[in-house]
Ligand binder design. Structure first.
Ligand code: HEC
Length: 151
C-alpha cells in the first residue's frame, strides 16, 4: 500500500513567512520613524526658506534697529536670532503672535509691515519705521508665512 506522505516544506518556503514578517515590521518601523521626521522637516524647511528669501529683506530693512546687541522692542531679526525669534512667539504690541505658521493674517509682523496692525488691536508705527517695504518684499514675507507648517 502506498503511503500518502506530504512532503515537508522546503527550507526556503518555510522561511518565507518569517521573512515577510520581518519585512512588514521593517516597513512599520520606517513609517513610525517617518512621521515625526516629516514634522521636523516641515519646520526645517520653514527655517531654510526664511534664510534664503526673508533674511536678506530683514538685513537691508530691519536689522539696523532689530539687532542682537540692542534690539528695538526686544526683537532681533538678525540671522543669529531669526526666525526662531518669530515663529509662534508672542508680540509685545498685540495679542497676536509675531508669526503664526500658515497664517499671515494672524501674524503681527506681517500686519506691521502691511500697516494694518492698528486695526488688529496693535500699537506703534508701520515697519520699517518711516516708510513701506517694496510690494515684492511684502509678498515674499507673506508667502514664506503661508508655506510654513505648524509644529
Ligand atoms: C528705525 C528703527 C526700526 C526699523 C528700521 C525697523 N523697526 Fe521694527 N520696531 C522699531 C521700534 C522702535 C519698535 C517699537 C515701537 C513700534 O511698535 O512702533 C518696533 C517694533 C516692531 C515690531 C513689533 C514687535 C512686538 O513684539 O510687538 C515688529 C514686528 C517689527 N518692529 C518688525 C520690523 C520689521 C519686519 C522691520 C523691517 C521691515 C522693522 N521692524 C524695521 C524700530 C524699527
Amino acid at each position: 500500500m502506498r503511503m500518502n506522505i506530504t512532503p515537508l516544506p522546503s527550507p526556503a518556503s518555510c522561511r518565507r513567512p518569517f521573512r515577510d514578517a520581518i519585512a512588514a515590521n521593517a516597513l512599520l518601523v520606517a513609517v513610525t520613524l517617518l512621521v515625526p521626521t516629516g514634522t521636523a522637516m516641515a519646520n526645517a524647511d520653514c527655517q531654510g526658506r526664511f534664510q534664503t528669501t526673508v533674511q536678506p529683506i530683514m538685513n537691508t530693512n530691519c536689522v539696523a534697529c532689530h539687532q542682537d546687541a540692542a534690539p528695538a522692542d526686544g526683537l532681533s531679526l538678525q540671522r543669529t536670532a531669526a526666525p526662531a525669534s518669530l515663529i509662534g512667539k508672542e508680540s509685545r504690541g498685540s495679542s497676536l503672535p509675531l508669526v503664526t505658521p500658515g497664517n499671515p493674517a494672524r501674524s503681527y509682523l506681517y500686519l506691521k509691515i502691511l500697516g494694518t496692525h492698528l486695526e488688529a488691536g496693535g500699537t506703534g508705527a508701520r515697519m520699517p519705521v518711516g516708510r513701506a517695504l517694496a510690494e515684492a518684499d511684502i509678498k515674499r514675507i507673506s508667502e514664506w508665512i503661508s508655506e510654513c507648517k505648524a509644529g
